[in-house]
Design a protein around this ligand. Sequence first.
Ligand SMILES: [Zn+2]
Length: 104
Amino acid sequence: MKGKKGFQKEYLNPEWKGDGVGYHALHAWVKRHLVKPERCEECRKKKKLDLANISQKYLRVLIDWRWLCRRCHMISDGRLEKFKKARMGMKPSRGFQKGNYYGK
Ligand SMILES: [Zn+2]
């Protein structure tokens, strides 16, 4: 199976503590309903993907979750504040990045 390490990382995230009881159920719910793409939704590369929460409020809405590769997951965690602000003004469009992003 996949993603054990990804979950470990989530455990270290202090944000989920208060709501820890529902966390696993929520994760399972999102996995069932948010179709896992072939490619990372951020960099469009074919990699092992983790479920990434966008708001870190672990909302039970699918738009609050994305499938990201490990790298993009970490990056998006780091720039969360920017993400939040961006989401205020405009909806993030999935697959917005250009396709020719594979080089290097
Ligand atoms: Zn990625």
